[in-house]
Design a protein around this ligand. Structure first.
Ligand SMILES: [Zn+2]
Length: 297
């Protein structure tokens, strides 16, 4: 089970306290009089006796180093020195370490942990041949970025990207996912064969791996249509998923090698009407040659 961000911060604080107690015991048992020295220091500090305090601080350092300890052995070792592992800054805003922890936790849950490099910032138009295909890539970029920017408030709920293999559909999905994750919105990525394999598992009484897909704010489905075609389970499960998500106003972005007509034929009107309803959906058709065959790299 994955740790929550709060648990990660609690673990860091607990570790620091445990480490400190262990080191303190170690020092107390190897330097006689050390605990008395610290008590005297506290007294000097409380009575604002600077002169004595300075002398005792030096004595304490000497005691540590002559016993073979580093002189900062009993200093707190924070994971993050900026917020001292509280996750918050003095002005009440979040520390960058907290933002990073949140992003990492969300990326792990989203199945996108290893895909953080596939983002809008690294989107490279030059891998596409000049002309229609590069223009198509630019259009794809701008539509996808606008879609991602408007989640979770935008009117455009569904984006369906269709076209042959190697035109950058999966990359586009990952770029959308990463942009949305950065803003702290929940995302899940799944490919259609995996979705249907998990459905079969659930029907056989196994784990319901797909349960998390119903309420996630943004669902990314790659390779729609790559699952076995002859399954009525497939259509029923997909309908249940899209129907629920439509009612809840969630966002779904799918990529498919099938044409819009083939999608309609394969999944039927009830699914198509939810995924591709013109009032809240956009279908983007890409044309061109397989990037993996034409790429110069
Ligand atoms: Zn911090």
């Amino acid at each position: 089970m994955q740790k929550s961000v709060a648990e990660i911060f609690q673990t860091r604080r607990d570790k620091r306290i445990n480490d400190f107690s262990r080191k303190q015991q170690e020092v107390y048992s190897s330097i006689p009089g050390f605990s008395q020295l610290e008590r005297d220091m506290n007294l000097a500090r409380a009575s604002k006796d600077e002169e004595t305090l300075v002398r005792l601080v030096k004595e304490r350092e000497q005691a540590l180093t002559s016993a073979g300890f580093p002189n900062d052995y009993l200093e707190s070792q924070f994971f993050c020195t900026v917020c001292e592992d509280t996750g918050n800054l003095e002005d009440g805003s979040e520390c960058v370490c907290m933002k990073r922890a949140r992003y990492q936790a969300a990326a792990k849950l989203s199945n996108m942990e290893k895909l953080c490099g596939e983002n809008f910032e690294s989107w490279d138009f030059s891998v596409m041949p000049e002309g229609d295909q590069r223009d198509g890539s630019k259009k794809l970029y701008s539509i996808c970025e606008e879609y991602a920017e408007c989640i979770p408030c935008g009117k455009l709920r569904n984006l369906v990207i269709v076209g042959g293999t190697g035109l950058g559909k999966s990359y586009a999905l990952h770029a959308i996912g990463n942009r949305v994750l950065e803003r702290g919105v929940s995302v899940r990525l799944i490919n259609a064969p995996r979705f249907f394999a998990a459905e079969m598992e659930r029907i056989r009484g196994g784990q319901d791996e797909n349960a998390a897909l119903y309420n996630v704010e943004l669902l990314l489905i790659d390779d729609l249509g790559a699952e076995p075609a002859n399954s009525s389970v497939a259509a029923d499960s997909l309908f249940a998923l899209f129907d629920h998500r439509t009612c809840e106003g969630r966002f779904t972005c799918a990529a498919s090698n099938l044409s819009p007509g083939e999608i309609a034929q394969r999944y039927g009107a009830r699914i198509t009407s939810r995924l591709m309803d013109a009032s809240c959906s956009k279908v983007l058709s890409l044309s061109g040659k397989d990037l993996r065959l034409t790429s110069r790299r």
